[in-house]
Design a protein around this ligand. Structure first.
Ligand code: FSO
Ligand code: SF4
Length: 522
């Protein structure tokens, strides 16, 4: 196996040997490579057919491209059987669309000259992340033809001879298309569940049966809320599901009670002895320990050997029965965030923040808000990630902190007070809600008649998996400069490619909180 797609890759160079750091076994990694090669074959077939018939439609291929790419994201699928089945389906569809098309061996990419490998990896990993967002939108019946078409274009391109310049253009195009894709998902989520509203979320688990729901899929969340209504079972969000509390059409269920636990990388200790089942709707699933394996359920693209998988009929009966069998806690069970807080707040997506835009602008003009930081992205186990907690704590009282994605668990239970009624920590939502942050930045730039780079705004980002890659590419494609990135630089970005990014965007690796804060605030 060879895999270097995520932040925790072995020795920050690549996972090889019998298994990756995430627990993905070598045979699974090889099947994922084979699946990627088959998806490239499918893309070639679709593009050949399109050249002959520009009006042809590819509904099944579209779905397979999204599912296939999503399957290969870190911490999503550990189960060979489902990957093998998917490879078969992709091959059948490819032959149906256009016979005699070859699949691709992605080892050619891993073994290519380092800069070409780097640029092709940026495109491939960006496409993987984007597929997850497109898939969530697709589940709510929102599709964008331009987004779908680019999956085929990008996959075909990484299996072709291209110059560095051509690939660099495609790297930026991946970011550009991902902006559309995040916008599509934003419309899908708020069109279906309403615009998020600021909501305080308790961390205490009430007595009685409950279910913990992890991952990003709001549609699955809604279906489970409906199926548990009136059954005496409470629902708690976990990790990236926390922002569900802000959506009016999900909030209306009174048995959606609170949030369980902290970030994804703490799940093995946090799930170990809770009297309740856990449902994973997407990443980040870690290798499941014996002590709780009978209580973990998967659905959608997530898959793990020997766990009960809820199929496309979305009948959550096994999860519901498990919750009743486990009975929950006999008394209310208080829990805290990593900094000891007992509640967290979410729901500050673009709509909520922009409804306060006038006030925020006045405060900036009056010097009461000196700077806005976006401190967010993925969490992970690397010790250097305490930087993000320290950064939030060190941010002066006249600064605001926007946050999003699971990296927020480093800071979202801190009580940092407010500035003239505006809370200093504003949780904008899941990683895809980076779209909200961009919207807010663009709106502020318009008011101040400047570019985003001239605003008193700095992005301090943490990355872990491939969704973070496509978001970073989106920010670069929009010309956003001076981003601080950590905790480490991606192993798949070669020295030369990094140099280009630094020259064009002045992107920097995080250093110490003190140094970075001084650099930003002068
Ligand atoms: Fe975190 Fe995992 Fe949302 Fe990622 S839960 S690490 S960027 O999957 O997707 O933020
Ligand atoms: Fe290693 Fe990350 Fe790949 Fe897992 S996903 S094998 S940890 S690089």
């Amino acid at each position: 196996m060879f895999c270097f797609q995520c932040q925790q890759t072995a020795h920050n160079s690549g996972c090889e040997g019998r298994a990756g750091v995430c627990g993905k076994k070598s045979d699974t990694a090889n099947y994922q490579d084979e699946l990627t090669g088959a998806l490239i074959g499918l893309s070639r077939a679709v593009r050949k057919k399109l050249a002959l018939n520009p009006d042809a439609s590819f509904e099944h291929a579209d779905e397979l491209i999204l599912k296939g790419l999503f399957t290969t994201i870190t911490n999503v699928n550990f189960f060979n059987d489902t990957i093998i089945e998917l490879i078969h389906e992709v091959n059948v569809e490819k032959d149906r669309i256009y016979p005699d098309i070859m699949n691709y061996d992605v080892r050619h990419i891993w073994e290519d000259q380092e800069d070409i490998r780097s640029l092709k990896s940026l495109i491939l990993f960006g496409l993987r992340g984007m597929a997850a967002y497109a898939y969530h939108a697709y589940a709510l019946d929102y599709v964008d033809r331009n987004v779908l078409d680019f999956f085929y274009e990008g996959l075909e391109a990484i299996a072709s001879e291209k110059s560095s310049d051509e690939l660099l253009a495609l790297v930026l195009k991946t970011g550009e298309i991902n902006f559309r894709c995040m916008e599509l998902l934003d419309h899908a989520n708020s069109g279906t569940y309403g615009n998020p509203v600021p909501t305080e979320v308790p961390l205490t688990i009430e007595k009685g049966p409950f279910i913990v729901v992890s991952g990003h899929d709001l549609h699955d969340m809604e279906l489970l809320l409906k199926q548990t209504e009136g059954k005496g079972i409470n629902i708690y969000t976990h990790s990236e599901m926390l922002p569900a509390h802000g959506y009016p059409e999900l909030k209306k269920y009174s048995h959606l009670k609170g949030n369980f636990g902290t970030a994804w990388q703490s799940q093995q200790s946090e799930f170990h002895n809770i009297p309740a089942p856990i449902l994973f709707t997407t990443n980040c699933l870690m290798p499941v320990r014996q002590s709780y394996c009978d209580r973990v359920f998967t659905t959608s693209i997530v898959s793990y050997p020997d766990l009960v998988h809820i199929g496309e009929d979305k009948d959550f009966t096994p999860v519901i029965e498990k919750a009743l069998e486990c009975k929950g806690y006999p008394e209310d069970h208080p829990m805290t965030g990593i900094n000891g807080g007992s509640t967290v707040t979410t729901g500050f997506a673009h709509n909520a923040v922009l409804s306060n835009a006038g006030h925020i602008v006045e405060l900036i003009k009056a010097g009461k808000i000196r700077h806005i930081f976006l401190v967010g992205g993925c969490d992970g186990a690397a010790p250097g990630r305490s930087y993000y907690t320290d950064f939030a704590k060190a941010a002066p009282m006249d600064t605001l902190i926007l946050t999003l994605a699971c990296g927020k668990y480093r800071l979202n239970d801190l009580d940092l007070g407010s500035i003239d009624g505006i809370p200093r920590i504003l949780d904008m939502g899941q990683c895809n809600d980076a779209y909200s942050a961009i919207k807010v930045a663009l709106a502020l730039a318009e008011v101040f008649d400047c570019t985003v780079n001239d605003l008193p705004l700095t992005l301090v980002l943490s990355w872990y998996e491939q969704k973070a890659v496509c978001i970073l590419l989106t920010l670069l494609s929009l010309g956003v400069k001076n981003i601080l990135l950590g905790p480490t630089l991606p192993a798949f970005v070669s020295e030369n490619v990094w140099k280009i990014l630094v020259e064009n965007y002045n992107i920097q690796k995080i250093s110490t909180v003190e140094e970075d804060m001084k650099k930003i605030l002068g």
